[in-house]
Ligand binder design. Structure first.
Ligand code: NAP
Length: 330
């Protein structure tokens, strides 16, 4: 896609991407790196998102037109003992970004959030209109991400009242893309399963938690599609079609790797289903991580999204194939 069709090349102010070195951030580097748009990719050494001063200085320095926040405190278990840090990075930092961009005419904030904002108060897929929480049922990570969503929404709601009276067409917008079970260039469940399948004879994998595996590459693509769209501000559930359990995802990934030359001896029947209770972890994980993607699908169809809306199986298959090809080369 050319930079002109992208619609950002005419802006004097740059696109600033936080979280350059994360799974989603790396995909933004690939996706935006080749475009003729003005983009700044920032990592932890450029801006410490736990520091208000560092964030303010960075925003004043680059004066972005578009902020992509792909950064987060994602160490879910560690967050249980580091709540202040998790809240600083996951709640305070995106709120400060919102405060900045809400005052920029035509400004855009793309922020990523998570299924962990839901506390198993529903059996079926969550809609964006479902109430998040209850907070007491969420992990610290989930609480901090929810506080980040709320911080962004509060800032934009109050800015809207101000801008409404001036230039409504200049109103800045935000997109909170809630996603789940992300895999990309970094540590993730699929990579762990492929490694363990090469090392062990038997695996026990949780089978009573259900969600939607989501490609980091696709998340970056969707983030930019939304940023260049005229879609309404708000929360969108950004997951592919379908759903699965961790157990079935492990079976699918290992079977796929075996069919594309990984030389895996491991038999998928040796992946034993267990319950989450049998695999205790410091932070509570949702049993139900299903996110309904209808709102995003509608928005993408209105902006002529070039790709076919994906199913998680296609994304995982492609990812495993690429992963195997890379490891065979090295
Ligand atoms: N991973 C998942 O399964 C999952 C599921 C649902 C939602 N999400 C959400 O999706 C988004 C992207 O996730 P991801 O998997 O790409 O995350 P990730 O790979 O863990 O990357 C997070 C990035 O944030 C950066 N970061 C953390 N603390 C920072 C700080 N104090 N200052 C500056 N940068 C800091 C990290 O920097 P370093 O590289 O220096 O550590 C890292 O590059 C996040 O909002 C996450 O909450 C993820």
């Amino acid at each position: 896609m050319s930079s002109s069709s992208f619609g950002f090349s005419s802006y004097a102010r740059p696109i600033v991407v936080f979280g350059r070195d994360g799974q989603v951030g790396k995909e933004f580097q690939i996706y935006l790196g080749g475009l003729n748009a003005s983009v700044v990719f920032l990592g932890r050494s450029d801006c410490d998102l736990s520091s208000e001063l560092s964030i303010t200085e960075t925003l004043n320095k680059y004066q972005p037109q578009v902020i992509i926040n792909a950064a987060a405190y994602t160490a879910v278990d560690k967050a249980e003992t580091q709540p202040e840090l998790a809240f600083a990075i996951n709640a305070k930092a995106p709120t400060l970004m919102a405060r900045y961009i809400a005052n920029v005419p035509y400004g855009i904030l793309v922020h990523y959030s998570t299924d962990y904002v839901f506390g198993d108060n529903k059996q079926s897929a969550y809609f964006e209109t479902d109430t998040a929480g209850p907070v007491e049922k969420l992990s610290v990570y989930g609480q901090s991400k929810l506080a980040g969503e709320q911080g962004i929404e509060e800032v934009f709601n109050s800015a809207k009242n101000y801008w409404d009276s001036i230039h409504q067409e200049q109103l800045s917008r935000y997109f909170i893309l809630r996603t789940s079970w992300v895999f990309g260039e970094g540590g993730n469940f699929i990579r762990t399963m492929l490694r363990l399948a090469a090392e062990r004879d038997q695996l026990n994998v949780v089978a009573d938690q259900v969600g939607v595996p989501t490609s980091a590459q696709w998340l970056a693509e969707v983030g930019m599609q939304m940023a260049r769209s005229h879609a309404e501000s708000g929360i969108y559930h950004a997951v592919p079609d379908g759903e699965t359990s961790w157990h079935d995802l492990a079976v699918f990934a290992i079977e796929t790797a075996a069919t594309c030359g990984e030389g895996i001896e491991f038999k998928p029947e040796n992946i034993h289903p267990i319950t989450a209770v049998e695999y205790p972890l410091p932070a509570k994980r949702p049993y139900n991580s299903r996110l309904n993607n209808k709102k995003l699908k509608n928005a993408l169809s209105r902006i002529a999204f070039t790709g076919k809306y994906p199913h998680w199986r296609d994304q995982v298959e492609r990812y495993v194939r690429e992963h195997v090809e890379q490891s065979l080369k090295s």
